[in-house]
Design a protein around this ligand. Structure first.
Ligand SMILES: Nc1ncnc2c1ncn2[C@@H]1O[C@H](COP(=O)(O)OP(=O)(O)OP(=O)(O)O)[C@@H](O)[C@H]1O
Length: 919
């Protein structure tokens, strides 16, 4: 045992002090030289002056004292400068300095050197004494009074945290004797336990902390070997941004509570800590009897000794310099500093790594695809990090991305999508992009009102998709896989990467499902089929060039997924986890891999390309994609793709379909008749759902349910498609509008009239109940007399608003509804087809005596389910969602859900007429 009297305190002579001052100036200047080369020369000059003063002093105390004062004065600027370089700001300022009360002083720069105390001669300004700490194995502090070591250690901890940029120093404390020495920073521990964990008291808790540090040490050793940096500090300095803090282990009252096994681990850490950014601060208690097998000096000898006696401190790197202990920081000041540390840590963000800096220049855009798709997604501590989507050897086909709300998932998806789009041509890579929750991010990728360009690779854009559409996309891609399987057989290849780069080689498909778990959430048929298809795509997609990107905010508590985890995620080797909970870190990476739970910043991620094996974790900073710059990139890619590039099929759960988006002309039905557009299917196709309208009994369509504007939308689809299909025969339309007078609805009607007349149709408009009744009789007369044009259409809008439809005319045994029924029933044989809207089935039934023989097709808007069932059958389900309609044509066994067309506006009408008149 070497604890005992500290003989090196036995009084210093003035000469020794003078010598020490020279050493101090020399050593500090030496360190400063490494930091600031331009200070080198002047530091040397001042040092030489100091030495000269010392050497020229002749014997005699007074002279020596004077020499020493001169030396201190001369050396002071050197020391000040060196201190500014090595331990700037709060790392070295005296406790009385006003900067301690200014929040701006906190977080200036992470300092490897820290103030230990000060040095002063009588009547002279005190000089700070600093010593290297971070980047060394650390200090052992031995004091003659119990409290001194604690006070010094706690002030060093405050200085470290206060000077450091947020999150770049973390201090773990072991306080086995419950001294509460770190109590001054308790509020920091409460708010940010990852920055300053609460001091632990039990050996088991120290064990957890030490195990964590051993992992950190091993990971850093591997990283240093990989990057070639000599030390953690050099690596930090070179990378310009940082994800990993210096780690400090503060042990109070050592060796209390340290057993032999712990001691061995501490020794291992201390031996290697200096280069790996792991530092010890050990306060020794010489009254503690070490446990068996523990020799405290084994650890102490690995650290720099700091000895305190009374108010004097001695450091063995500054022998003979009489360092004095500083006054304590007052409690109010420390509390203010703690608040500032908390505020800074809470607001901390990483620097931004711009996405555009990782793009290839435009010349090599669209490289040929060989056996993989590659793009940069971020930076690690040294390099750009590429994501590689490979079909084989090693197979890295699919990606799972997770991260809590607001941690940068959408940004990462945009980086991935645009990075690939800049590198591969649309003929080699097409994208199907679905977002089940937010929508907005992907909507920018399609064409817009003021945006005549889109991402040329996007074939499908599910903007705020719903589960039914998601399922349709999964089916579509699965069918494409089957088609490719036949094609591959004919070509004698088994894998897309073996397919020769010829024009018939199919493109790779990137299928991005953001918030994919939404599809699997409910316990219903959609979830069941979606899970089955996802499993199949994950398993077989690779060979056919299908790459799944599954993104999610949380998988926690997804019971359906629990049973499918292995079969889906077992095929997804690439995992990227942004900051999230420990539970989700494990759900995304792998059971036991909590690394993403320890991430601190938005944009920071764990990239793992080996099914989440913790040994393959790689911390990255995801590049940040600025939205306007992405739009500009899309504009350029669109221009490069040329005029042939088709717009993507866009699906939006919160929007109706638009007649404007329909590029395709209607296909005439087999034989005579028209395939009238009833709405857009919830499927990956640009062809609308049609109702076969032939000039025979039962032709005609009733639109039923609430929504006067929606009704104009559906009637417009039916009318416009009929007009287009019959354009050569100049069809005529009679529009009876019983609810005219609402400006908005009138605008929709007028827009429809504009389109119909623009297409060369005759249009007659009747408004108001009284005129409508007259017009009904008039039309019946024309029908009976064979005077209706062939083809003709009655658009009956809102006849539920016409009173007295059942009242017989005076002197005649006929009511308006009888006449209407005759038109609807007998009209088709003479080429007069009725498309009409009633707000409820019972009114329509009472006016039309609606039977299947009279009108075979119905389109339901918002309508009670019992009415729907009475038409479509008892098993029909109808939830009356916005922007959904249910089409029943009596031919398909099941009614079909569609997205109805929006009613027309005058701007739409001009566009449509221009487009169709030209074709
Ligand atoms: N890699 C990054 N670098 C810098 N800032 C980023 C990065 N990623 C995201 N951000 C910032 O974080 C904010 C949230 O990002 P983003 O919208 O991508 O998160 P998210 O996880 O998709 O959020 P949520 O899904 O909850 O809407 C963005 O406004 C962006 O400014």
């Amino acid at each position: 045992m070497r604890f005992g009297p500290m003989e090196w305190f036995a009084g210093s002579t003035l000469q020794a002090r003078l010598r020490g001052l020279g050493v101090l100036a020399g050593q500090v200047a030496q360190q400063a030289r490494q930091v600031a080369d331009d200070e080198h020369r002047s530091a040397l000059d001042r040092e030489a002056a100091a030495r000269h003063s010392i050497e020229s002093a002749s014997a005699g105390d007074a002279l020596i004292r004077q020499a020493m004062i001169d030396a201190a004065r001369t050396a002071a600027p050197t020391i000040d400068e060196a201190v500014r370089q090595l331990a700037p700001g709060l790392a070295s300022l005296a406790p009385e300095a006003p900067a301690w009360r200014s929040p701006e002083s906190v977080g200036g720069r992470t300092a490897e050197w820290v103030r230990v105390g000060h040095f002063a001669l009588p009547g002279e300004r005190a000089l700070p004494v600093i010593a290297p700490l971070l980047g060394t194995s650390g200090w052992s502090v031995i004091a003659d009074q119990a409290g001194s070591a604690h006070r010094l250690l706690s002030s060093v901890a405050v200085r470290l945290l206060a000077a450091a940029q947020p999150w770049l120093v973390r201090i773990d404390t072991y306080d086995p004797q419950l001294t509460g020495a770190m109590g001054v920073l308790r509020s920091v521990s409460s708010e940010h336990p990852d920055l300053l964990p609460r001091p632990v008291r039990a050996p088991a808790d120290l064990r957890t902390a030490v195990d964590g540090l051993i992992d950190v040490s091993a990971a850093r050793a591997a990283r240093l070997a990989e990057t070639g940096f000599a030390t953690f500090g050099a690596m930090m300095a070179a990378q310009g941004w940082n994800l990993d803090p210096y780690r400090v282990l503060l042990i109070l009252d050592y060796p209390a509570g340290i057993d032999e096994a712990m001691q061995q681990d501490l020794l291992r850490l201390a031996r290697t800590g200096a280069g790996r950014g792991i530092t010890f601060l050990v306060g020794c208690d010489t009254t503690v009897t070490p446990e068996r097998g523990v020799d405290p000096y084994e650890l102490i000898d690995l650290l720099s000794p700091v000895e305190i006696r009374g108010d004097a401190i001695s450091l063995n790197w500054l022998p003979d310099v009489p360092v004095r202990i500083d006054a304590d920081l007052d409690a109010a000041t420390t509390a203010g500093i703690a608040e500032s540390i908390i505020g800074l840590a809470t607001r901390a963000e990483l620097p931004v790594a711009p996405f555009e800096n990782t793009l290839p220049g435009p010349t090599p855009w669209w490289q040929p695809v060989d056996d993989e798709l590659r793009t940069v997604v971020g930076l690690d501590d040294r390099d750009q990090v590429e994501l590689r989507l490979r079909t084989g050897n090693p197979a890295l086909p699919h990606v799972l991305i997770g991260g809590a709300v607001g941690q940068g998932k959408s940004n990462l998806l945009l980086v991935l999508i645009h990075g690939l789009a800049a590198r591969y041509a649309p003929s080699d890579l097409e994208m199907q992009l679905l977002d089940f929750k937010h929508g907005l991010e992907f909507s920018a990728l399609g064409p817009g009102r003021d945006r005549e360009f889109w991402l040329p690779h996007a074939r499908v854009l599910g903007v705020h998709s719903d589960r039914t559409f998601g399922l349709a996309v999964l089916r579509h891609v699965t069918e494409e896989m089957t088609r490719r399987s036949d094609q591959f057989k004919q070509r004698g290849v088994t894998d897309l990467s073996d397919y020769p780069p010829e024009p018939d080689r199919p493109p790779r498909i990137l299928l991005v499902l953001d918030e994919f778990q939404v599809m699997l959430e409910d316990d219903d048929d959609i979830a069941e089929e979606a899970a089955r298809l996802l499993e199949r795509l994950a398993r077989l997609g690779r060979a056919y060039g299908v790459h799944l990107v599954l993104a999610t905010q949380t998988l926690d508590g997804m019971s359906r997924l629990a049973t499918r985890r292995g079969s889906i995620f077992g095929q997804v080797p690439i995992r990227i986890a942004l900051k999230t909970t420990s539970a989700d870190s494990q759900a995304i990476l792998r059971e036991g891999n909590r690394a993403a739970g320890l991430l601190r910043f938005r944009g920071q991620a764990v990239l793992n390309q080996n099914f989440g094996d913790p040994d393959d974790n790689r911390q990255i900073l995801v590049t940040f994609a600025d939205k306007p710059k992405l739009a500009e990139l899309r504009r350029q890619l669109f221009a490069k793709a040329g005029p042939a590039v088709r717009p993507p099929r866009i699906f939006h759960v919160g929007e109706p379909a638009r007649l404007l988006d329909l590029a395709a002309a209607p296909q005439p039905a087999a034989g005579a008749g028209v395939a009238a557009w009833a709405g857009m299917p919830i499927a990956v196709t640009e062809q609308p759902v049609t109702i076969d309208v032939r000039p025979e009994p039962g032709a005609g369509v009733v639109v039923l349910g609430d929504g006067p504007a929606d009704a104009w939308g559906v009637l417009s689809g039916l009318a416009v498609s009929s007009a287009l299909a019959e354009a050569g025969r100049r069809p005529e339309f009679v529009i009876m509008d019983a609810v005219a007078g609402d400006p908005e609805l009138d605008q929709h009607r007028q827009a429809l009239i504009n389109v119909l007349t623009g297409l060369g149709c005759g249009v007659e408009v009747v408004q108001g109940p009284a005129k409508i009744i007259d017009a009904i009789f008039e039309l019946r007369t024309r029908l009976r007399e064979g005077r209706v044009n062939q083809p003709s259409h009655l658009l009956a809008y809102g006849l539920h608003a016409v009173p007295r439809m059942a009242v017989q005319l005076p002197g005649a045994f006929v009511s308006p509804k009888d006449a209407l029924q005759e038109i609807v029933r007998e009209g088709p044989a003479s080429g007069l087809i009725t498309f009409g809207w009633w707000n409820r089935l019972p009114v329509a039934t009472s006016q039309l005596s609606y039977t299947r023989a009279d009108v075979s097709a119905a389109v339901f808007l918002r309508h009670p389910q019992d009415g729907v069932r009475s038409v479509c059958g008892p098993r029909a389900r109808w939830g009356s969602e916005p922007y959904r309609a249910l089409v029943w044509d009596g031919i398909n066994p099941e009614p079909i859900q569609v997205v109805p067309f929006a009613p027309l506006t005058s701007a739409d009408a001009d566009h449509l007429v221009r487009r169709w008149a030209a074709s």
